[in-house]
Ligand binder design. Structure first.
Ligand SMILES: Nc1ncnc2c1ncn2[C@@H]1O[C@H](COP(=O)(O)OP(=O)(O)OP(=O)(O)O)[C@@H](O)[C@H]1O
Ligand SMILES: [Mg+2]
Length: 267
């Protein structure tokens, strides 16, 4: 177990109340999924509301990443329905999901090491001015906007948007990706083990960024093996076991020890 596994948790925001009277940001209804003949997801229903962090937990192979890939348009469910902002949707590609405002942040981020932070921030969303036949990158504007977003959204440790991304730590990169999702108006943010291999301090920064995304009104689907990380930020915790949802727990309903026992238990 890494040293930081028992890191003290940040203090939960107890005043945070989620309004579940409207439509969820995103919803899976009775979704099943097979890889070839191997059925790995069984009749899963799951919803994330605006301003809600849903912690998706379960043992290795439970199907957490597969559910995230279905949300992100990388996998098409074998059966069941996907709904986004109250409407049925079907994503032909991950780009379809992103265009709607669904952002996924993985451990190995789609970030280009050699490029500066601001170039990464605008990667695929560059601001371009057309002058006659020419398309010119609006560099100054992108630098300014990236710098502003990063300081407004609380990433104060980032020194300059000119820095190449390889000079950032793993945690800073995760935080930049979360900030980027907020800046471009994502509605749903999904994170697959963003704190794996991060130090205690970096983990705290990433958890704080998740809190800011939630306060910004995004729905967040958060996968992590470390319950010390999940428990303080998750408003609800969904436990998957061999592709099935076996428990849905509200914040405060379950202790750290109970949660760890539930996950370790073999069905
Ligand atoms: N691309 C794939 N092709 C075939 N089978 C796959 C594929 N991806 C995942 N699986 C299988 O689907 C099941 C669920 O895997 P998944 O990666 O979703 O689990 P997980 O809960 O994310 O696990 P972990 O905690 O180890 O990341 C596993 O049995 C796995 O072997
Ligand atoms: Mg996984």
């Amino acid at each position: 177990m890494p040293l930081h596994a028992q890191a003290p948790a940040p203090i939960p925001d107890k005043t945070h109340v989620i309004d579940r009277s409207g439509e969820p940001v995103f919803e899976l209804r009775s979704v099943s999924h097979s890889y070839g003949r191997n059925k790995v997801i069984f009749d899963v229903s799951l919803a994330v509301w605006p301003g809600e962090v849903v912690g998706l937990v379960g043992d290795n192979g439970a199907g957490k990443s597969t559910l995230l890939k279905i949300f992100a348009g990388y996998q098409h469910p074998t059966s069941g329905t996907l709904r986004f902002m109250g409407k049925d949707v079907r994503f032909a590609t991950p780009a379809d999901a992103r265009a709607m405002g669904i952002e996924a942040v993985y451990q190995d981020l789609a970030i280009v090491d050699q490029l500066s932070l601001w170039r990464n921030f605008f990667l695929g969303k560059e601001i371009v001015r057309t002058i006659g036949p020419l398309h010119v990158l609006e560099r100054q504007r992108m630098r300014r906007e990236a710098q502003q977003a990063i300081s407004e959204l609380g990433l104060t440790r980032v020194r300059s948007v000119e820095e190449p991304v390889w000079t950032l730590s793993g945690g800073e990169r995760q935080s930049v990706a979360i900030t980027r999702a907020m800046h471009f108006g994502a509605k749903l943010l999904m994170l697959d083990e963003p704190t794996a291999a991060l130090s205690v301090r970096e983990t705290r920064n990433v958890l704080a960024s998740i809190g800011r995304a939630r306060d910004h009104g995004l729905g967040v689907l958060y996968i992590d093996h470390n319950m010390n990380h999940v428990l303080p930020v998750a408003d609800r915790i969904v436990l998957l076991e061999l592709g099935r949802v076996v428990r849905v727990m509200d914040r405060g309903e379950v202790s750290l020890e109970e949660l760890q026992d539930l996950i370790a238990r073999r069905p």
